[in-house]
Write a protein that binds this ligand. Structure first.
Ligand code: TSJ
Length: 651
């Protein structure tokens, strides 16, 4: 990074002893700009949003300290962000060690957070994925503007690409106390500069749940409704993680009215969980460590699961719902249809895993197990009616799982699941190395025929599907294992299903869903994606699933032909080709001949495909529950609200 970060006048105030550390400061922010990925993960859209979390987390710390009740987050018209809180205001006085204003320490020194004598010691609970602090945001912003009100005075400070500009402006103004920070992400750093309202909303909602009572307001000034009001949402949940569970379950049918909530502390660990069973079959576990979403799970989840299984079995035996001769209920049995939010606070959280979102502290497993077992046992003693409902559900699950196991063994004997006999309709490829191969799952026999003729048979396999496909969202596992529409998919992929699914055994690296660009095609796509999501999750998580994108139009003029994949592209092509061109609208894949299908949709050199990504399990769960589940009302609402996402599935 070019230029001076801390002004000479400020450096001169620093004693000799600290000269050196100040030089490190300069080098520090320069290092951030040189290797932003090291500090915020990436410079893609993900990193861009990370800047907001970083700043908001500082305001949340102030709320946790008990001094702030409201945080406002505004997306400005120019895609800069303004975060305001009503806390005490960042300290502005001279920092005892650094000899410069604490404000400048916060914004120009790496990892300054928490180092300036926070009175309420204990767990440092909030903090982003990397917890890098405001100085990183500052270093990666074209400009940062800070406004601190102490109640007596107002202090203002501007930075450009990390460097303080001029002096801190001080004015005698008696305004309510608080901090306001605005920043504009630097276009020299970020590949993507546009903020996504829904991504911010999602994360802020999560923080509002985790900090019961805190008010967070998100406003988007880029978008106005018909009356000229900006898009805005107020997030405020007095019920904390219980509200979170109700929110996740809002489109499902709960089995018991009240959310079960237990909380306890042991040694270095505080744990709280909220849970509620619903009539569905899937388990939804959402966990946090020090308010950081642990998407990859970890020791707190393992501890909770162990405690839940043990306590439910003990209780079921105690009240004699389980007889001495009965087998224990399994972990899966006691988690069928369970939605649970786990939040732990630990002293020095260690994050591991591919995305650093897996809690690694080994002591936490036994601590959480202990806390939850004790409290949950007490809850069941005091709420026997709820206890009975839960055990009923688990016992039904156990019986169904037994039936499924028998069905699976039967099917297996019939050489379906593990057989080497591939489905009759499959046109396999000659290449055997799965890293190089792909399978097209194609709707309809006629499109399947075109695909078989058009493909490159070396590495492309075709599996046609026909008839009505099973909606797995409404079926138990035993039905899924025996379903004659899904079996060919399972055997062709060759990697098993459910607990036994193993991506190492996959016969193809890319699984490509190819269906018509109409409502029926969208339906098939959603059914298949639901199936993959619920029964072959690693397939989706590891990015093996794709959606083919056939063109919507062919524009011809004389001998010239061009394809358009969207309506906007059609307009562009029409302008290029000029007067006298004819448009053919493709209603289905079947209307293309094999050569055209290859050229437009299957040739790796020229095709475009959508990779199905799982950014967030809660959103995905909601999407499939709502789209494929029983309730009609939420489905209509969801489609209206999320026309964009559905349209995305619909391409
Ligand atoms: F990220 C940030 F630094 F830019 C930032 C910090 C952004 C926003 C929107 C708010 C904050 C912030 C920091 N709000 N409130 C505070 N509080 C303190 O820094 C603070 C105030 C007083 C005392 C004290 O001990 O008197 C201690 C602290 C940490």
């Amino acid at each position: 990074m070019e230029g001076v970060l801390v002004k000479m006048s400020e450096i001169s105030k620093v004693t000799n002893t600290y000269d050196e550390s100040n030089i490190q400061v300069l080098e520090g922010l320069e290092a951030v700009r040189k290797r932003p990925g090291m500090y915020i993960g990436s410079t893609t859209s993900r990193g861009l949003h990370h800047l907001v979390y970083e700043v908001v987390d500082n305001a949340i710390d102030e709320a946790l300290a008990g001094f702030c009740t409201q945080i406002d987050v505004v997306i400005n018209k120019d895609n800069s962000i303004t975060v305001t809180d009503n806390g005490r205001g960042i300290p502005v006085g001279i920092h005892p060690k650094m000899g410069i204003s604490t404000l400048d320490v916060v914004f120009t020194i790496l990892h300054a957070g928490g180092k300036f004598g926070d009175a309420n010691s204990g767990y440092k609970v909030s903090g982003g994925l990397h917890g890098v602090g405001a100085s990183v945001v500052n270093a990666l912003s074209e400009w940062t503007q800070v406004h601190v009100s102490t109640g007596e005075k107002v202090y203002e400070r501007r930075y450009e690409r990390g460097a303080p500009m001029g002096e801190i402006d001080v004015q005698d103004k008696k305004l309510p106390t608080g901090t306001r920070v605005s920043f504009k992400p630097d276009d020299e750093i970020f590949e993507e500069l546009e903020y996504d309202y829904d991504i911010l909303l999602q994360r802020l909602r999560e923080q509002a749940f985790l900090n019961a009572g805190l008010v967070i307001i998100l406003t988007d000034l880029r978008e106005e409704d018909d009356e000229g009001n900006p898009k805005s949402e107020r997030l405020h949940y007095e019920g904390g993680i219980c509200s979170f569970v109700e929110y996740i379950n809002r489109n499902k049918e709960p089995l018991h009215g009240d959310v079960v909530y237990v909380k306890g502390e042991k040694e270095t660990c505080m744990a709280e969980i909220a849970m509620q069973y619903n009539q569905g079959y899937t388990e939804t576990i959402v966990s946090f460590a020090n308010n950081i979403h642990t998407g990859e799970g970890g020791t707190h989840e393992t501890g909770f699961k162990a405690a839940l299984t043990r306590v439910i079995n003990d209780y079921a035996r105690k009240i004699k719902m389980l007889k001495d001769s009965d087998k224990n209920l399994s972990g899966e049995d006691v988690r069928e249809g369970l939605t649970v939010v786990i939040s732990v606070k630990v002293l020095e959280a260690q994050f591991e895993g591919q995305t650093k979102t897996k809690l690694g502290n080994s002591e936490v497993r036994t601590l959480v197990d202990g806390i939850i077992a004790e409290k949950l046992e007490a809850f069941l003693e005091e709420n026997p009616a709820t206890g009975k409902i839960i055990i009923d559900k688990a016992m039904t699950a156990a019986r169904a799982r037994d039936a499924a196991k028998r069905a699976r063994e039967l099917t297996r004997r019939k050489s379906a699941l593990e057989s080497t006999t591939l489905p009759g309709k499959l046109a396999d490829c000659s290449e055997k190395n799965a890293e190089l191969t792909e399978i097209y799952i194609v709707e309809g026999d006629s499109a399947g025929g075109s695909a078989k003729q058009g493909r490159d048979r070396k590495f492309q396999a075709i599996l046609p599907l026909w008839g009505k496909m099973l909606n797995v969202e409404k079926s138990r596992v035993d039905k899924v294992y025996n379903n004659d529409k899904l079996l060919p998919v399972i055997t062709a992929l060759g990697a098993g299903i459910g607990d036994e699914f193993n991506t190492k055994k996959l016969r193809y690296g890319k699984i490509i869903i190819m269906a018509d660009a109409d409502v029926d095609g969208a339906h098939i796509r959603t059914l298949l994606l639901t199936f993959f999501y619920r029964f072959m999750l690693p397939l989706v998580e590891e990015g093996h699933v794709f959606i083919a994108q056939p063109p919507l139009y062919k524009v011809s003029k004389g001998k010239k032909e061009k394809y358009a994949y969207t309506d906007r592209e059609l307009q562009k092509v029409l302008e290029e080709m000029g007067e006298g061109s004819t448009i053919q609208r493709y209603k289905g894949l079947g209307e293309m001949n094999p050569g055209q299908l290859w050229e437009t949709t299957m040739n790796p050199e020229t095709r475009t495909m959508l990779r199905v990504e799982l950014e967030d399990a809660i959103v995905a769960d909601e999407t499939f529950t709502v789209l494929m589940g029983d309730k009609v009302e939420p489905r209509r609402d969801f489609i209206e609200r999320n026309a964009k996402y559905v349209a995305n599935l619909d391409v």
